[in-house]
Design a protein around this ligand. Structure first.
Ligand code: OFO
Length: 171
């Protein structure tokens, strides 16, 4: 059974994951209308993954006797000054999500809710991968700078892009 505090914190995370999905969906659309096919494919995939992160939490809350809530979401940014700006936003957003997961783990320990603590380890591992992936992409983008040819190749490369973290096993 979830404590009220734990349940509220998990519902807050459900909202964050749903917002993440919208943020990346908006990025997919921005990239698509700019003709960046690879980047938009990558963002559509990210958006789907965030929905999966949201649903996993959602089911957990209801399974543990709580009530998973569907709420309104903040509107995502629709315009980006450049592709660098967009990937910077993505990276910073993932750092924010990691902090939020850490806070949840902290609450689970405070509440002595070891089932939730155990469940959250999947998210801890996932965030290590998401941060590593975002950082690797951002480093590549920064290397390319304003070079159009580089951007063209990057857009092609990112179609197969996925960094497998060497720290944690795949879940
Ligand atoms: Fe759900 O991991 Fe990204 O935000």
């Amino acid at each position: 059974m979830l404590s009220e505090k734990m349940q509220n914190a998990l519902n807050k995370q459900i909202r964050i994951e749903a917002e993440s999905s919208q943020i990346y969906l908006a990025m997919a659309s921005w990239a698509e209308q700019k003709g960046l096919e690879g980047v938009s494919q990558f963002m559509y995939k990210q958006s789907d993954e965030e929905r999966m992160h949201m649903l996993k939490l959602f089911k957990f809350v209801n399974e543990r006797g709580g009530y998973a809530k569907v709420t309104e979401l903040s509107a995502p940014a629709l315009e980006f000054g450049s592709i660098t700006e967009m990937f910077n936003t993505l990276y910073n957003h993932e750092l924010f999500v990691s902090q939020s997961i850490n806070e949840l783990v902290h609450i689970a320990l405070e509440e002595r809710d070891y089932a939730t603590h155990n469940f959250l380890q999947w998210y801890v591992a996932e965030q290590i991968e998401e941060e590593a992936q975002a950082k690797t992409i951002l480093d590549k983008i920064n290397l390319i700078g304003d070079d159009k040819g580089g951007l063209y190749l990057f857009d092609n490369d990112i179609k197969q892009f996925s960094v497998v973290s060497s720290i944690m096993p795949q879940v």
